[in-house]
Design a protein around this ligand. Sequence first.
Ligand SMILES: [Zn+2]
Length: 303
Amino acid sequence: MKLRWSFVAWAVAVALMAAGCNGQNNANQAKANNKQQTQSTNKTSQEQQQAKQKGTAAVQQADRETAGPTPPLEGGKERTVRSPHPMTLADLREKYHSTFLLNGSTEKRQMALTFDDAPDANFTPKVLDQLKKAGVHATFFVIGNRAEQHPDLIKRMIQEGHVIGNHSYSHPNLPKLKDPQFQQQIIKTDNIIHSLTGYTPKLVRPPYGNINEQQIKWLASQGKKIVNWNIDSLDWKGLDTKEVSTNILAHAMPGAIVLQHAAGGKGEDLTGTVEALPEVIKKLRADGVELVTVPELLGLPYK
Ligand SMILES: [Zn+2]
């Protein structure tokens, strides 16, 4: 992992240099534009007259020369049409950085494996088996209506030392919901988890990682933390063992939160996730990484 750190430092340096070059390019471009402008104001009236005579064709030609081959946006310019600007997830993460988390401190050599969408009868037990065999505690963001279907698996997670978080009741795209519907998704799932585990989870992971500002504020008012991830195994694409393991190991870094799935929908195959686990765990440990739950990684309570 040492190599990767120096690579990060190198990448930052290159990015800074590129930004510098870009600044220089912009300055040169501005100079060129000024020159062009001066030349055009020095045009004689005769030249202007000639240009007029060339009519529309000349204007179109000039437009093509200055604007290049990129066609205009049919609906209008971005800055006039896209107003007011909605806050992006990145803006929201920055604004609510103590509520909306993606990773832990980079000071400690720790990472957290997280699994979404559980429980199901097929993949969840296999993931639990792998974690048990390796002696790793993970964090499961469970779906309320699935927990209702497989209560024993929720109890098993607790017995085996894992932490449970709320991943909504029916996995909707939360920003599309009205406030009462959204709140019900969280409250209903909290109640189900509480009835099975004896605690109300502090951690929430929104389906697809999507959430809006109003919803973040409400969760914060309930003392919840929103936990997304900074390493996506992309296992939801049905990748094979090698691909899943590479996606995780290639991005491994202290404080990372890894997104994986422990239950699939109809026709979804998470064999890659299950079979990648032994190698991922072994290699991270060989690299001196301690695998912990999200609350341990973030220094937060889980209930
Ligand atoms: Zn999900």
